[in-house]
Design a protein around this ligand. Structure first.
Ligand code: PGA
Length: 258
């Protein structure tokens, strides 16, 4: 029995109208009901948060935003804040996704500020870290990934960080159909947990959930989730249809029960 409750999270990215989001959320909520042995979270676009909140109401499905700013309010046109995400019913927020780092200038320092602001408001950060193909080929994977997690949690202790979720997403595996080999994912997950143990203490590091992301689908979910330090999945493409996402949730349940 794994010491950590698995989590399967769907990152819908920039997809789905309100009507489409509602339909997908309803199908997932019907499967999850009052709760499963694994946590299930969905991250719709901001315009669909309210509709998805209604669709999952009364079920155990968690609601996540895809990004936040770190200030509560003010003259920050176009931004959302942890305070407002909480108001919209979000229990979670993805932070530092590689697409935000790559296309929108997200930095390690910004990720750190967002993590801290979310924790103040008791919104669980799902912090994404991961190396590019060039970095992997240059043998720099662990340097990059461990540097990112160290920066994201800098100055925050285990008490403050308690609910944090980490998602290891190799950039070369995102949306490409190329998945990391299960043993390669395990090696990185284990290294992340070890580093968090050195930095923040062993007992928190043992409890922190580290999800894998990057072309997770029904056909590879069980293999990835069989690894001891792979506590769940952050799923992009395959989270956009209930037909694919539900079997991945079921793989999370199998991990919980194994
Ligand atoms: P993917 O995306 O499953 O489509 O590869 C994962 C992610 O970016 O979170």
């Amino acid at each position: 029995m794994t010491p950590r409750k698995p989590m399967i999270a769907g990152n819908w990215k920039l997809h789905n109208t309100i009507a489409q989001s509602k339909e997908l959320a309803r199908a997932i909520a019907a499967h999850v009901g009052q709760g499963l042995a694994c946590d299930v979270v969905v991250a719709p676009v901001a315009t669909s948060l309210s509709a998805v909140r209604e669709a999952i109401d009364g079920t155990a499905v968690g609601l996540s935003a895809q990004n936040t700013y770190w200030e509560d309010s003010g003259a920050f046109t176009g931004e959302l804040s942890p305070l407002l995400l909480l108001d919209a019913g979000c229990g979670y927020c993805i932070v530092g996704h590689s697409e935000r780092r790559q296309y929108f200038g997200e930095t390690d320092a910004g990720v750190r500020k967002k993590v801290a602001a979310l924790l103040v408001h008791k919104v669980v950060p799902i912090v994404c870290i991961g190396e590019s193909l060039e970095q992997r080929e240059a043998g720099k994977t662990l340097d990059v990934v461990l540097g990112q997690i160290e920066a994201a949690t800098d100055g925050l202790d285990a008490v403050a960080l308690a609910p944090l979720v980490v998602a290891y997403e190799p950039i070369w595996a995102i949306g490409t159909g190329r998945t990391a080999k299960a043993e390669d994912a395990q090696e990185v997950h284990q290294a992340i947990r070890e580093r968090l143990g050195e930095l923040k203490g062993q007992s928190w590091a043992t409890s922190v959930r580290i999800l894998y992301g990057g072309s997770v689908k029904p056909s590879n979910a069980d293999e990835l989730l069989a690894e001891p330090d792979v506590d769940g999945a952050l799923v992009g493409g395959a989270s956009l249809s209930a037909k694919d996402f539900i079997p991945i949730i079921d793989a999370g349940v199998r991990r919980a029960e194994s």
